[in-house]
Design a protein around this ligand. Structure first.
Ligand SMILES: *Cc1c(COP(=O)(O)O)cnc(C)c1O
Length: 429
């Protein structure tokens, strides 16, 4: 059994027979010592789609050729450029087209959403979030609480994980919502937790939050492009995410934002800009703000076209592959990674990510226990660096976790086998 798991010829044959194998050719795979790197950092910066360069060059050429008229001239005029990504993006996140917009960056969008949807009162001042959240989310939420004159010590409630590996049971989330419900103005929760890789039942969290009278927003930085999300059906009020992780749209790519259709014509306050103004009268320039219905109404500025261009190439790949097929492949790849670790490396590596496939995406977060006479953090750093010099790139999270994320668009079973055999070599070497 173990032999079959580690049989490189068998693994290569499986890769060669994979119905999604050709999508790897759509990406630039980094080369390490003359061979393709086993790149497992798609959760941090996804690889470059080969189509991205042409999209960027098209913008540069248009700018050189047409200058200001590029705003209006076909193909792909810049005025409605953000609308070019709308339908494909809505597909990836399970939303109606009018519910999504590509704009700004993740943290900026989180603030814009909180301005509209976090409306604390003396009776209901609090936000519930997960303890150990990505720092930017915590900074955003804490500063919003302070901005409204409330005290993060009491009004930013950080739920501690209740499970041994730092993950959350649904029961713990439910208890926290029941306990704090009457004081909750908002719940902001991740789709996939960046450190542990735990995926959450968004629909259930939204249901519980709404029943308690809170607004519910999701940060999908590690979920979008990783596993199927059904944002509209989840009933979330808003969601934000970036496009440079599993979405492969490049460093600092323009981010995404979802506002549920029931808020399309909201009278809630917002921080407004001219690009959110109703398009039919935007250029009357008359100083009176009238929001475009839907997510578009939260736009501030004319978008950075050069930052949006690679997203078109990325979405083209997702549209051809389909999130359903990608998820099926992802489940297989991650299960293979897990089975290699459990078969041979369990004295060295401990998987932190939940075992149940519906509670995780592509990523396994792996704690390094010991090896080569080292333990804990020292062992982890040593293994991480050993792997990197062998062309196997994961990413390191203090104090002792290596995150390995097989991306279903471009990673192979052979990449995963290389991780396991190199780890075994480190351990026994
Ligand atoms: C990657 C990530 C961010 C990054 O924020 P930017 O505004 O894109 O720099 C924020 N929050 C979470 C949860 C992330 O995973």
């Amino acid at each position: 059994m173990n032999d079959a798991l580690f049989d490189v010829d068998r693994i290569r044959a499986l890769d060669a027979a994979d119905p999604l194998r050709e999508f790897r050719n759509d990406f630039h795979i980094p080369i390490h010592d003359g061979a393709p790197q086993a790149y497992f950092c798609g959760n941090s910066l996804g690889l470059q789609p080969k189509g991205a360069r042409a999209m960027v060059e098209e913008v540069l050429d248009k700018w050189a050729r047409d200058a200001v008229e590029g705003h209006f001239l076909e193909p792909a005029p810049w005025m409605p450029y953000h609308a070019l990504v709308r339908d494909a993006l809505a597909d990836v996140v399970g939303a109606q087209p009018s519910e999504v917009v590509a704009m700004n960056t993740l943290t900026a969008n989180l603030h814009l959403m909180l301005v509209s949807f976090y409306r604390p009162t003396r009776e209901r001042p609090a936000i519930l979030m997960e303890a150990g959240a990505f720092p930017s989310d915590r900074h955003a939420l804490e500063s919003q609480v302070r901005f409204h004159g409330f005290d993060p010590a009491t009004d930013l409630i950080e739920l501690q994980p209740d499970e041994a590996d730092g993950t959350f049971s649904m029961a713990a989330i439910e208890r926290a919502i029941a306990q704090h419900g009457p004081r909750l103005a908002a719940i902001v929760w991740p789709g996939v937790q960046y450190r542990t890789g735990q995926a959450f039942d968004l629909k259930e969290i939204a249901r519980l939050g709404h029943a308690a009278g809170a607004i519910v927003g999701f940060d999908l930085a590690h979920a979008v492009g990783n596993l199927p999300v059904q944002l509209h059906d989840s009933d979330a009020d808003f969601a934000v995410w970036c496009h440079y992780k599993y979405m492969n749209a490049g460093p600092g790519a323009v981010a995404g934002c979802f506002v549920h259709a029931r808020h399309a014509q909201t009278t809630r306050p917002r921080f407004a800009g001219w690009w959110g103004h109703d398009q039919t009268s935007r250029f009357k320039m008359d100083g009176h703000f009238q929001a475009t219905p839907g997510a578009d109404g939260w736009q501030l500025s004319n978008p950075p076209i050069l930052g949006l261009a690679p997203l078109r190439a990325s979405l083209d790949v997702f549209a051809r592959a389909g999130m359903g097929r990608l998820r099926a492949r992802s489940l297989e790849l991650t299960a293979y990674l897990e089975s290699l670790i459990r078969a041979k490396l369990s004295d060295t590596l401990q998987i932190v990510t939940p075992r149940e496939s519906e509670r995780r995406g592509a990523q396994l977060s792996i704690r390094v226990l010991q090896g080569r006479g080292l333990s804990g953090r020292a062992a982890g750093r040593d293994l991480f660096e050993f792997l990197a010099t062998r062309g196997v790139l994961g990413d390191w999270r203090e104090p002792d976790v290596i995150r390995i994320s097989p991306a279903p668009l471009y990673n192979t079973r052979e990449d995963i086998l290389r991780f396991a055999t190199e780890t075994d070599r480190w351990r026994t070497g």
